[in-house]
Design a protein around this ligand. Structure first.
Ligand SMILES: [Mg+2]
Length: 174
């Protein structure tokens, strides 16, 4: 079993311009590639869990969100960094697009995406944590039985560095 760092996407990896989905609107949060490379080097999986209610609202298609994710992966490559898995939730209870209208267990603050990743990838829940920029991200982590850290700064690598060190220290002390 491998530990993981779960990452919200918009506002954590890329700048949240409001339902970001166009490649031309893509911009990394400062030092996000370095932060993800650091997660990779630490032996943890980097797993994105992102609510994409813009799909439910008819603002863009699932394929656009997947292309955006693929673009992130491409932009990480020169940094020697990668995301191990992307999970996205297109559902919303008030969706304008009928097929996405659901109070779905994947939608944060519910932990569905985290739980699926744990099953799919054999993740060590007790050694994992999440980083998000909204309270609902933190609630999803807590519902999955792991710590969630609210990213409020501007430099993702500076934020993540001490978290990786302290959780490693904890596991060495066990
Ligand atoms: Mg966010």
């Amino acid at each position: 079993m491998k530990p993981a760092v779960f990452l919200d996407r918009d506002g954590v990896i890329n700048v949240d311009v409001g339902y970001p989905h166009r490649i031309k609107d893509f911009e990394f949060i400062a030092h996000a590639p370095q932060a993800i490379a650091r997660i990779n080097a630490s032996g943890r999986l980097a797993v994105v869990v992102t609510n994409q209610s813009g799909i439910a609202r008819g603002l863009y298609e699932e394929a656009d969100a997947e292309a955006f994710n693929a673009h992130i992966q491409e932009q990480l490559r020169p940094w020697g960094a990668h995301i191990d898995a992307f999970y996205l939730c297109p559902y919303h209870p008030d969706a304008t697009v009928a097929r996405y209208r659901a109070d779905h267990p994947d939608r944060k603050p519910r932990p569905g995406m985290i739980e699926r990743a744990i099953r799919d990838l054999g993740i060590d829940r007790a050694a994992s944590f999440l980083i998000g920029d909204r309270t609902t991200d933190i609630q999803a982590a807590q519902a999955a039985g792991m710590p969630g850290y609210l990213f409020t700064g501007t430099d993702l690598d500076a934020f993540i560095r001490p978290l990786l060190l302290s959780s490693r220290a904890e596991s060495l002390n066990m």
